[in-house]
Each structure stands twice: as C-alpha cells, then as structure tokens.
Design a protein around this ligand. Structure first.
Ligand code: NIG
Ligand code: FE
Length: 428
C-alpha cells in the first residue's frame, strides 16, 4: 500500500465541475457535472482517474481508501480574493455604519483601511503570521484549498514587503495553495494624503520603490488597485497597473464597488485577469469584461455586511458572456467571514445564480481568476488533487444550510488540509 495513492469511494455525489479548463461563460456555467456512483483516484498531488466506483476499487489494490460515507465530494473551493493579513478586528465600524455613517465617510475620518494600516505597522512578521495562520485554517475548514491573499494594510515599503513575506511563509507552512497579490494601491496613506503633492509622491513610491523589489523577489503574482472615486482614479490605476504588468505581474482590480467609475472598462483595456466587486458596474464595463474574457469576481458577503441593497448584476454579467467567480473578500472592514459556503448561499439568494453556477463560480472560475484554471478547480484526471468532502447528501444542501459548517475534510495537492468529525444527520 502506497500512502501517496488515495481512493475516494462511497460518495453520494461527486461534483466534478469537469469541462473546459478556462473561465466558463454563459450556459457553460450551468453544469457542474454532478456524477453518482463514481470514485476518485489520486496519485501524489494529482487526480489520475474519476471512474465507476466499483470498477475503480477492483482495479486499485494499492491505495488508501477514503470512505466518503455517502457525503458529497467537490473540488476544493478557490477563494480568489482575500485580505487575510491584518491585526485587530474593526467591529466598532459596523455600529457606526448602522447609525448611517457610510463606509467612505469612516475612511475620510481616518478609520477604515487607515485604521488597519496604523495597526499592522505596529506588528512584526511573526505576530502577523500567527494571526493569519488560523484564519487560513478556518478557510480550509470551510472547504477552501486555494486562496489568494493581498497586501494593502502596510502602504509603506517596509510594511508591504513585511506583509508579502508573511504570505510567502504561510504558503510554505500550510498545505493549501496560496497566491499573493500586491495591493500597495489600496489607499493613499494618511501621511501622504495630508501633504501637498502627497498623492503623486505615494504613486512614485509604489512605482519606483515597492514594485521593483516585489517583482525582483517574486513576492506577488498579481498587482491590484482599489480603483474607486475617492481612492485611486482610473488614470492613476492605469499607470500603476501598466507598470506592474511591464514587470511581469498579472493584473486585478477592485472595480466599481460603490460607484460606476470606469474600473471595469479599465480592467478590459488592460487585459486584467479579474475585476472584482462590480456592484455598480456599467453596461460598457460589462461589455469590456466580456470582450477581454476578464473574470468578474463577485463578493456578495461584502455588500451584505455593508448593508447595501445593490448586489452586482450577476445575471447580466453571465448573459453577456463574462465568466463569474465568487470569493469571500475576507477582510476586517467589509467582510470578516471565512465561510465560503455562506458566499454560495448569497450567490443563490442575492445574485440569483443556480447552485451549479455557484459551484462553477467557486471552483473553475475562481481558478481562472488566479490564472490556475489549467490545473485547479475540477475533479478530473490531470488536475490537482484538491478536494472537499461535505456532510450533506446533495450538492444543493451546500448553500441551503446557510452559515453551517458542513465540511468534513479537505485535501490540497493530495495532502490533508482539514479534517473534523461532525456527525450531522442528513436523511435521504
Ligand atoms: O475589498 N474595497 C476595498 N478593500 C476591501 C476593504 C478593505 C477594508 O475596509 O479594510 C474590500 O472591500
Ligand atoms: Fe477586497
């Protein structure tokens, strides 16, 4: 028996999401390729067969069997948008918003992102690592096996580099796959905002000091900008992202989160791998994303937590042929959740996705948003052995038991990411 061969058997459903290895569009999103009576054989880090359970069992004598106990097996989720490296929580802002103070007004008063920046700057690398590690483990416990983590609460050369080094250490220490994004352009830090010429000086710092070091040490695969009126303008975002692209980083944008400001149009123009948020995206923005196959990463938890009525126009995006992904936006200000299945619930109830569309959005299209769709997001031969086992009898129960933790175990690249013994009944 070789420990690096795993045979998953006795699943009630295997949600394979098998199909084209790229961002899925339109009707392609409507099929999660759910199969029954099949098992999954893993060798080392890779899936080698998805086939009839009984036949696979008969043909495989040297694998460790994982009994799925009539639960549902899915690809591990891909959380393609998080800000997981931060210090303290920001619960006081939630109450402020409840009394009618808007998110952007809290930022103008020096709270919001600025509060997290002040806090992160006081903490060392070891401390930030120790804070982030259990958060990522909580994501793994929610079925996430690939996660993107952004910087953006440092906003100085040292603090951004410190943040990205923490991400690198987490990637080495944890079984899940971790991708780093440089978000030095998350906000203009207060010390620059308040002085004359400070905006330009901060952009120069981003381009002349941060970017070269980050590119040289390969500390991030992606560059992101918070492109929003009141934060970075479209022209500033274009300048920063073009420079990052020239240094070999792929591009993401926080676009049209609160106001239609031309962020999605810019994402298309620059060939961004994803444009994220998009609650206020314009028709021209949707057309630009469709034309350039840019993934629209929707973050319905953020709109829920901010108390906004307007969610991103997911149906119009899908109808226009834009590949739609879902992510948590896990961060201390606008989305303090690691509960990926809850995001599926919101996708169905608020964005009007079908369960199959939400599954594809949380796996294949999340992988596409990280330029990983050729090897991540499907239970199919040749794909990375990233799996999650759920204590439910039907995939439609994932969004249904909302807020619940039904993930029994997850594996990334064939290695256990999370295991826990729940014994919830799920009658047939
Ligand atoms: O994705 N929109 C900008 N950035 C984060 C929130 C950051 C914060 O408030 O700390 C977001 O929602
Ligand atoms: Fe974000």
């Amino acid at each position: 028996m070789t420990a690096d061969r795993l045979l998953f058997v006795n699943a009630r459903q295997v949600v394979t999401c098998a199909g084209p290895a790229r961002g899925r569009r339109g009707a392609e999103m409507a099929d999660a390729a759910v199969r029954t009576g099949v098992g999954v054989l893993v060798e080392g880090r890779t899936i080698v067969a998805v086939d009839d359970d009984v036949a696979l069992r008969r043909a495989t004598t040297d694998a460790v069997e994982v009994d799925c106990a009539q639960g549902v097996l899915t690809p591990g989720f891909v959380d393609s948008h998080t800000h997981a490296i931060f210090g303290r929580a920001r619960y006081e802002e939630q109450e402020l918003r409840a009394t009618g103070v808007p998110y952007m007004e809290i930022a103008r008063r020096g709270g919001g992102i600025h509060a997290s920046v002040r806090d992160l700057r006081t903490r060392g690398e070891d401390e930030l690592f120790a804070l982030a590690e259990p958060r990522l483990r909580a994501l793994a416990a929610a079925g996430v096996t690939t996660v993107e983590v952004k910087s953006g609460y440092g906003l100085s050369l040292d603090d951004e580099l410190k943040t990205l080094r923490v991400v690198r250490r987490l990637a080495a220490a944890l079984p899940m796959r971790i991708r780093a994004t440089w978000l030095g352009a998350h906000e203009i830090p207060l010390d620059y905002r308040e002085r004359q010429g400070g905006r330009r000086a901060y952009i120069d710092l981003l381009l002349q000091e941060m970017l070269p070091e980050i590119a040289r040490d390969r500390l991030a695969a992606f560059a992101d900008v918070f492109c929003e009126p009141g934060v970075f303008t479209v022209d500033e975002s274009r300048e920063i992202l073009s420079a990052a692209r020239a240094k070999g980083l792929a591009i993401k944008l926080h676009a049209d989160e609160l106001v239609a400001g031309g962020g999605a149009e810019l994402a298309g123009e620059l060939g961004a791998v994803s444009a994220d948020h998009l609650a206020a995206v314009s028709d021209a923005g949707i057309a630009a994303l469709a034309a350039h196959h840019t993934v629209a990463t929707l973050l319905p938890g953020t709109m829920l937590f901010l108390g906004k009525r307007d969610q991103a126009p997911a149906r119009r995006l899908i109808e226009a042929g834009v590949p739609v992904a879902l992510a948590t936006d896990f961060n201390p200000g606008t989305s303090p959740t690691t509960n990926f299945p809850l995001i599926l619930t919101l996708a169905v109830s608020q964005l009007h996705l079908s369960v199959a569309e939400a599954m594809v959005a949380g796996t294949v299209n999340g992988a596409a948003a990280l330029a990983l769709a050729d090897r991540v997001g499907q239970l199919a031969p040749g794909f990375s052995a990233d799996l999650a086992l759920w204590e439910v009898g039907d995939v439609r129960e994932l969004p249904y038991w909302y807020g619940a933790g039904r993930c029994r175990a997850s594996w990334a690249r064939g290695k256990p990411c999370h295991a826990h013994d729940l014994a919830l009944p799920f009658p047939r």
